[in-house]
Write a protein that binds this ligand. Structure first.
Ligand code: SF4
Ligand code: SF4
Length: 302
């Protein structure tokens, strides 16, 4: 991306105040209400520096959480949670015995790294499950929890097919990534994307990001990285079960479950009708069986 002409107006390293529409200068995107924004996370560019995790915690005032080595990986922050809204997974593909990895694929080491986040689903199951209206869709097509309305019922937690949203042990309310709603309103790129030194996390208008991601997949295929594919873009894995697409989608080079992503996520509301019909059928079956037993008992009594 070239330098935006407006950048020449702000040569000083410490400007006097907030630069209007700063995101235009940092990521080439102007942020306007009524348009859809999201993240394209290209895992082939991630170096595991965790700058995104730190920038997220710093901007959102989130405490350190879960720090410690699990024994499964060099990753020391574990997973997403109420206080961790970006989490960089380290997946070490060393294998063992005859299965031990001996060569590296193009454009990927035997360490897969992926910065995970709330997917800001186009059809968000957490939002559908929330009985208080605390979870809402913003003017930027992102999904946010309003802390003053959340009553801590926790319905959103099992509704999320990605295990993103969590109740806080401190205030009992649901917390997750807001896609930096406050920064978007001020014309600023989200903190994680702005801090990523390799542009593994790219912020922008969602249709632009889909186009950019498809071109990146073609480019990687042309260079021999034929495993590269999109997860969560329209008509790709991750955009299943009525989710339409994910506003935070990924470029992956291995199966989704290797990155702790579900192969075919579904909306909880899509399971209500089949579960209801199964329950009705079971009740009808039990009623018929009870009626048959009673009738057989009466026959024997005669
Ligand atoms: S990933 Fe989970 S928490 Fe995020 S919008 Fe989708 S359902 Fe809600
Ligand atoms: S800031 Fe970028 S390169 Fe660093 S861990 Fe996050 S996604 Fe990976």
């Amino acid at each position: 991306m070239g330098v935006h002409p407006r950048a020449l107006d702000y040569a000083e390293s410490l400007p006097d105040g907030v630069i209007p529409d700063e995101s235009e200068l940092t990521c080439g995107t102007r942020i306007e209400p009524g348009k859809s924004y999201g993240f394209f996370t290209d895992t082939t560019l991630c170096i595991g520096c965790k700058a995104c995790e730190v920038a997220c915690k710093e901007w959102n005032g989130l405490p350190a959480d879960n720090l410690g080595l699990t024994g499964n990986s060099y990753d020391n922050t574990g997973d997403l949670g109420a206080n961790t809204w970006r989490h960089v997974a380290f997946v070490e593909k060393i294998g063992s015995g005859d299965d031990r990895a001996r060569e590296m694929k193009p454009f990927q080491s035997n360490w897969l790294m992926m910065s995970d986040v709330c997917k800001h689903c186009a059809n968000a199951p957490c939002l559908e499950a929330c009985p208080t209206g605390s979870i809402f869709r913003t003017e930027f097509d992102t999904v946010v929890v309003q802390q003053d309305i959340c009553n801590g019922c926790g319905y959103c937690v099992p509704a999320c097919p990605f295990g993103v949203v969590e109740l806080s042990l401190e205030d009992g309310k649901a917390h997750k990534c807001t896609l930096c709603y406050d920064r978007l309103k001020g014309g600023l790129e989200p903190a994680c994307a702005k801090s990523c030194p390799t542009d593994s996390i790219q912020f922008g208008e969602i249709e632009d990001l889909f186009g950019r991601a498809r071109r990146r997949v073609e480019d990687l295929h042309g260079k021999g990285a034929t495993d590269a594919y999109l997860y969560g873009a329209p008509d790709t894995p991750g955009a299943t079960g009525g989710l339409k697409h994910l506003n935070a989608f990924f470029l992956l080079t291995d199966r989704p479950e290797v990155y702790n992503l579900p192969v075919a996520p579904t909306r909880a509301s899509d399971r209500v009708r089949p579960s209801f019909l199964t329950g009705l059928a079971a009740m009808a079956g039990l009623t018929l069986a009870a009626a048959a037993l009673m009738s057989a008992g009466r026959e024997r009594g005669r």
